[in-house]
Design a protein around this ligand. Structure first.
Ligand SMILES: [Zn+2]
Length: 85
């Protein structure tokens, strides 16, 4: 049976592995600090939404954002760091 969104969000929240980078995180933090601070402000604030108020879908959106946009941000940062002559 497939895990429901709520169950995944709950397990991830209390687990100690960041769902985005698979690095260590603290239980009750949505992501590791590194990934968390990559998120836009609107997500960071929204991740304090209680489970009963739709945390799971916000968490899922944030995870998608990190997977898609986060990677692009990182690629851009690397290009930026490689100073062009
Ligand atoms: Zn992470």
């Amino acid at each position: 049976m497939e895990k429901s969104l709520d169950k995944i969000a709950w397990d991830d929240l209390f687990g100690e592995i960041c769902a985005n980078c698979k690095g260590p995180k603290r239980a009750k933090d949505s992501f590791c600090r590194c990934c968390y601070f990559e998120l836009p402000k609107k997500f960071r604030g929204a991740l304090y939404t209680p489970m009963s108020d739709g945390y799971a879908s916000i968490y899922d959106e944030a995870k998608d954002w990190l997977r898609i946009e986060g990677q692009r941000f990182k690629a851009q940062a690397e290009v930026g760091a490689r100073k062009l002559p």
